[in-house]
Structures are given as C-alpha cells and as structure tokens.
Design a protein around this ligand. Sequence first.
Ligand code: SAM
Ligand code: DTB
Ligand code: SF4
Length: 353
Amino acid sequence: MSFDPVERPDGCDVPEKQARRAQARELPGLQRWTREAVAEWFDMPFANLLFQAQSLHRKHFDPNQVQISRLVSIKTGGCPEDCGYCSQSAHHKTGIKPTKLMTLAEVVEAARAAKATGTQRLCLGAAWRSPRARDLDLVCEMIAAVKAEGLEACVTLGMLDEAQAERLAAAGLDYYNHNIDTSREYYSLVASTRTMDDRLSTLARVRGAGVKVCSGGIIGMGESRDDRIGMLMLLANLPEPPESVPINALMRVSGTPLAGASSIDGIEFVRTVAVARILMPRSVVRLSAGREHMSDELQALCFFAGANSIFVGEQLLTTPNPSQERDASLLGRLGIQPLSSNQPSSPAPSGSA
Ligand code: SAM
Ligand code: DTB
Ligand code: SF4
C-alpha cells in the first residue's frame, strides 16, 4: 500500500499554521518556537501528532533506516559533579568503582570490535567535569584511532573551553555530546555543581570549533510536560539546532537521588520523540538510554514518531542495553536497515524517500 506523506488522513484536524511552522523552521533563523506552539503539538491527538512527525521524517530521512552508535566508557565513575540521575557521580553511593582512563590500545580494540558488528559511530564517554590537558592529549589520539578504523567519532567529556574544543576539532572529531538534560527551570533540581548556562556555553564552543553538536536530555526524572516542552524548545531554538538529539529515558540507578522517580508513561515518551522530530526535522533523533526497559512495540512507535538512531551493545556506560539478538530481531521484524558504516549520518536530500 502506498503512503503519501503530504496528504492528510480524513479527520486529521492539524491546524495549517502548525504545519507551516514546522516547515518554516527548516529555514534556519526564520522562526523561533514559542512555548504555545510546542504545547499545541504535545496536546494534539496522538494519531495526528504521529502522522505529522512521520510525514516530516520522510521528507528528510529514509524512514526504514537507523543510525547505529556504540558507547565506550573510557573513564568510569568518581565524577565531581552531582547530577542526580548519574551512577558515576562521586556524590552518590552507587557501587560504581572508579577506573583510570583507558589506554589507546583498549580503545583501538573496542573500535575494531564495534566496526565488525556494523556500528557507524563510536562514542567515548568520560566521567569528568572537564578534561585535563594530559588526558585531552590521549583522547585526541583515541579520536584519530577511531577514525582510522573507518568509524565516526563522538566524545563526551564534560565542559570544554574554546582551546579544548579547537583541539578536538583538529583531531578530527565528528560529534561532541553534551546534553542539556532538562528545562532551564528544572535544571537546578537535577544538578547543583553546574548550571544550564555552563552547558550552553560548552555547546557554543563546540559549534564555534566546527564540531557537530549532539545534545538532548533525559525523560522521566520527575519533570513536568512543561519541562519537556522547555527542553525541546531550548534545543530547537539554538542558533543552529543540534545535528544529533539523544532522548534518554531515565535508567534508575540505586543510590542516586532519582532512584525512586516514577517511570515515564510510554505514550508521553513517544509524544516527546515526535515533538523533537517536528521541532528539529533535519536532526537525527536518538532513542538512547532506557531501551532495555521498553517493549518492542514501544520502540517501534518511537521509530514511527521519528527516532532514527540507537545505541547498540549490551552496556551503555554503566547500565544495561538490549542484546544484539534482541535488536537484530526487532529491526528485522520492522524492516529497518542499519545505516552502513561507510555512509555519513547526514539527512537524505529533501523530498527523497
Ligand atoms: N560527564 C559528561 C557529561 O555529563 O556531559 C559525559 C558523560 S554523561 C554520563 C552523558 C549523559 O548521559 C548525561 O548528560 C545524561 O544525559 C546521560 N545519562 C547519564 N546517566 C543517565 C541515566 N541514569 N539515565 C539516562 N541517561 C543518563
Ligand atoms: C546520551 O545522551 N546517552 C548516552 C550518551 N549520550 C553518552 C549515555 C547514557 C548513559 C546511561 C546511563 C549509564 O549507562 O550509566
Ligand atoms: Fe559526571 Fe556526566 Fe555523570 Fe554528571 S552525568 S555525574 S558530569 S559523568
């Protein structure tokens, strides 16, 4: 059966002005999203929201393809920051044993193993507030090694100054991950050792150095829908939206202040993914942490809502992720192909698919 993404189904009462808003955002600088406009998307009947998100998704991406990333925790635990969700903060008793920074040889081995299983990007994560000079030297060598294996390289190392961002760019870094995590209003309830403005300053430095930005957040930390709206607005209204937008469902880690947070309603999670897709139509939206606890059907709805990237591997940084067998079965049953490791993860040209 053919599907025309332009035609609206009978009974779809999506106001024209909203569809125009989504289109207008495709021309950077033309329009900033207002809270009211974003709230209207969230409030929309589910079928209409998903139809709009899927239609926009198809304009920019192949709907049957997902980008595949894999995480390697190159320095685990002992972090001086107090992020309330995180297993790796030295402020919480989570049982995570701090490790030393991995060696270059260990990262090369991880990159080869990742490449052999069809990963397109390797993301190296370190539990730092910000990198020290000596450590950054080694991370730059790691980036070059990952690239030499034919993978895209992403790192997440905490806050950066301008010179550090430039160094990472010179090492060939493709993406820097630095999440805003939640709304400006909720931020101080989640972490007190840094501010939203600290996060935004690092993102501006990454952008200024010419490295692609990966920034998103966590859903299910006890935030309100208003906070989810605020977080997505903040991302979409950046001078240039992030190329990559990870949407994590909180992995509740015992010993963290958020261990007892109520789990997020699956429908609200899918709505959040769909609104991210609509507000940032050209960005890759990653269904990130939390897949381990999602049914196959919930993940399928997230893909339909516009998610087009996942982390694979049985461990994220410190928490579990679905097995290779489960992911292969899910993608196979959905007819979804992984983006191959020699394809860049940029959107398909407008009008394709
Ligand atoms: N220290 C660096 C930083 O904070 O940017 C990099 C590593 S940190 C673990 C990367 C991101 O992982 C966080 O910003 C957060 O969005 C996500 N994250 C951490 N713990 C999580 C959890 N328990 N559940 C879901 N996402 C989590
Ligand atoms: C992102 O948004 N999610 C990834 C990656 N960026 C660095 C990290 C998820 C971590 C989940 C908790 C853990 O495994 O410790
Ligand atoms: Fe440290 Fe990052 Fe965890 Fe915060 S999220 S405690 S900065 S590792």
